[in-house]
Write a protein that binds this ligand. Structure first.
Ligand code: CO8
Length: 259
């Protein structure tokens, strides 16, 4: 498929795909078309059996500096309601395969929310995270008050959302927002490596496990535990479970086929 604002490589490494946001002169500001392209690419990659993990990245200067303010500026509440841009975000959230954000430079507003929509975040030491919507008279709209609060806790989230101040990669690491920090020349490689490691596991087990971890965010503990248990039992119906456990017993490397 031809895209205008993203670049897609379905095999950047074995079983690993990458989506690169490609609107560099606007610091990858997330206009409606760009978000739609990410959604379409993810639907495509989710259905592609040779892909087992997906990296989403920007460039060294910016992962994404937020929603496209120029596109949004003149809109009314009713326009926003009718455009219903968050159905695109809901579709991205439903991606079954693991998503790893490789972040360098600015991850602000919708950009920070997009990387929090991913399952893991690998950051360069230049990364900066923020929810600066308060500076332009609005507030986060794509999960910034919810996912950020769950990730970093109430007081840090309040400070970021109410002051609009950015936090550094180091602060984000300390707050539990990101998985690791690496030098700028390595963040993409590290993210691809992490995706590659997950891609060697059973894709069905990975899918069930991802779904179960995400369930922790929208359920009470007991409900989440039941959900986890059902997925756990279900995995015993897969060939990958037989192969994985047999390989352990036989002291060899497992060969997972996603069956
Ligand atoms: N929207 C549109 N254009 C942008 C954006 C943006 N969010 N961010 C940067 N740009 C453009 C600039 O206008 C500029 O364009 P031009 O050269 O034509 O003037 C170009 O990118 C380069 O930017 P700067 O010259 O400003 O670069 P600096 O290095 O001086 O500053 C900053 C970088 C600090 C990142 C600065 O650009 C900035 O503050 N950007 C806005 C950050 C922001 O407020 N983000 C939140 C936006 S609102 C939001 O995300 C709400 C999310 C709700 C739901 C999500 C839906 C997708």
């Amino acid at each position: 498929m031809a895209y205008e604002f993203i670049l897609v490589d379905a095999q950047v490494a074995p079983c690993v795909a990458i989506i690169q946001l490609n609107r560099p002169t606007e610091l990858n500001a997330l206009n409606l078309q760009l978000m739609g392209e990410i959604r379409d690419a993810l639907l495509d990659l989710d259905a592609n059996e040779s892909v087992r993990a997906i990296v989403i990245t920007g460039n060294d200067r910016a992962f994404a500096a937020g929603a496209d303010i120029k596109q949004m500026a003149g809109r009314t509440s009713v326009d926003m309601l009718k455009i219903d841009q968050f159905s695109t975000w809901d579709s991205i959230r439903k991606t079954k395969k693991p998503l790893i954000a490789a972040v360098s430079g600015f991850a602000l507003g919708g950009g920070c929310e997009l990387c929090m929509l991913c399952d893991m975040i690998v950051a360069s030491e230049t990364a900066q995270f923020g929810q600066p919507e308060i500076n332009i008279g609005v507030m986060p709209g794509a999960g910034g008050t919810q996912r950020l609060t769950r990730a970093v806790g109430k007081v840090r989230a309040m400070e970021m959302v109410l002051t609009g101040k950015f936090i550094s990669a180091e602060e984000a690491m300390e707050a539990g927002l990101i998985n690791k920090i690496v030098p700028v020349e390595l963040y993409l490689e590290e993210a691809i490596k992490l995706a590659g490691e997950i891609a060697t596991k059973s894709p069905i087990a990975v899918q069930m496990a991802k779904e179960s971890v995400l369930k922790a965010f929208d359920s009470h503990l007991q409900e989440g535990l039941y959900f986890e248990r059902k997925n756990f039992y279900m995995l015993f119906a897969t060939e990958d479970q037989k192969e994985g456990m047999a390989a352990f017993v036989e002291k060899r490397k497992a060969n997972f086929k996603g069956k």
